[in-house]
Design a protein around this ligand. Structure first.
Ligand SMILES: [Zn+2]
Length: 291
C-alpha cells in the first residue's frame, strides 16, 4: 500500500512538473521579416514559425503585423509595428536589395522616431546614422565595402532662447586624410571656430576663431577671424533694400599678412553691393599706405 501511494505521489509530482513546464511561457521572440516572409529566431539561432506574410488589402500582415508600402520607383518599405501601432523597425528595398534599415524608439512626445538608420549604396559602402528624437543626426559613420571606417561625423545641438535646437558643434574625422575637423557655431548659424587635428596623434594643426557683431535687429555687421591666435581677416557688412528684402553684403574686407618678412602688413578692399571692387590699398604694419 505504501508503495502505491508513493507511485501516485511520484505521478502527481511528474504531472505537476510537466504542467508547470507548460505554464512557463518563454519570453516572446520578436518577429523578423523581409519583404515576403516573417520568422522568429530561437535560442539556437534556428528560424522558427517561418512563413510568407498573410497580407490583407492594406498590405498588412495579420501574423507579424508588418505593413508594406510600395513606391513609384518600384521600391518598397516594410514597417514593423508594436501592439500600440508604433513603428519598431523598417527596411527599404530597391530591386530586391535592402538599401536602408531603421530602428525606432519612442520620443518624449510619445511618437516613434528613427533612432538609427543604416544606408547601403551601390559601392558596398554603408552609412550608419544615429538621430535624436527631433530627427537631428547626432552621429554618422561611413564604412567601405571591406568594413573599414572611411569617415565619422558627430553633431551636437544646443537649446536656444527661441525654444529650438541649433547645431552648435560638428566633428568630422577623415580616416583617409588622417584629420579631424571641428566646427562650432553660434545661434545665428555663424562659425565660431574651425580646428584641425591629426586623427592618429591628436596633435593640433591649426585653429581659427571667429567673432561677430550684430546690430539691434540681429543683423551681422562685423566679423573677424583669428588664426593660431593672430588677427587674419576682418569683414564689415552693409545692407541694401531689394524689394521687400534687406540684403547683406560685405562692404569692406581687410586681410592681414602673417608671414615673417611682412608680418602685419594688410590690404583693405572695398566693395559695392554687387561685389564689384571699389578700391584696394595695401598698408605696412604701422598703417602707412604702401599702394
Ligand atoms: Zn508577416
Amino acid at each position: 500500500m505504501k508503495k502505491i501511494v508513493f507511485h501516485v505521489f511520484v505521478l502527481i509530482l511528474a504531472l505537476f512538473v510537466l504542467c508547470g513546464c507548460e505554464n512557463t511561457v518563454p519570453p516572446e521572440l520578436p518577429w523578423e521579416y523581409n519583404l515576403e516572409e516573417h520568422w522568429k529566431t530561437d535560442e539556437n539561432g534556428e528560424k522558427i514559425d517561418f512563413s510568407e506574410h498573410q497580407l490583407d488589402s492594406n498590405l498588412v500582415c495579420s501574423v507579424c503585423n508588418s505593413r508594406i508600402f510600395k513606391w513609384d520607383d518600384g521600391g518598397s518599405t516594410i514597417h514593423k509595428y508594436d501592439e500600440n501601432g508604433n513603428t519598431v523597425s523598417s527596411k527599404t528595398y530597391r530591386n530586391g536589395e535592402v538599401i536602408s534599415e531603421s530602428e525606432y524608439a519612442i520620443g518624449s512626445n510619445g511618437n516613434s522616431f528613427p533612432v538609427r538608420s543604416v544606408f547601403f549604396n551601390d559601392n558596398g559602402e554603408k552609412i550608419d546614422l544615429k538621430s535624436n528624437e527631433f530627427d537631428q543626426v547626432v552621429e554618422g559613420v561611413c564604412y567601405s565595402a571591406d568594413g573599414e571606417i572611411l569617415y565619422e561625423e558627430y553633431f551636437e545641438y544646443t537649446f536656444s532662447e527661441d525654444g529650438t535646437y541649433y547645431l552648435s558643434f560638428e566633428k568630422y574625422c577623415d580616416h583617409k586624410e588622417i584629420r579631424i575637423f571641428e566646427n562650432t557655431y553660434n545661434e545665428s548659424g555663424d562659425w565660431l571656430s574651425y580646428t584641425v587635428y591629426r586623427l592618429d596623434t591628436g596633435s593640433l594643426i591649426s585653429e581659427e576663431f571667429y567673432e561677430y557683431e550684430y546690430d539691434s535687429e540681429g543683423r551681422k555687421i562685423y566679423k573677424k577671424a583669428l588664426k593660431n591666435g593672430e588677427l587674419v581677416e576682418e569683414f564689415f557688412y552693409d545692407f541694401y533694400e531689394d524689394g521687400e528684402n534687406i540684403q547683406t553684403y560685405c562692404s569692406k574686407y581687410i586681410h592681414y599678412i602673417r608671414d615673417q618678412h611682412v608680418n602685419g602688413h594688410y590690404t583693405v578692399t572695398e566693395y559695392d553691393k554687387y561685389g564689384n571692387i571699389l578700391s584696394e590699398s595695401s598698408y605696412d604694419s604701422l598703417g602707412n599706405k604702401i599702394s
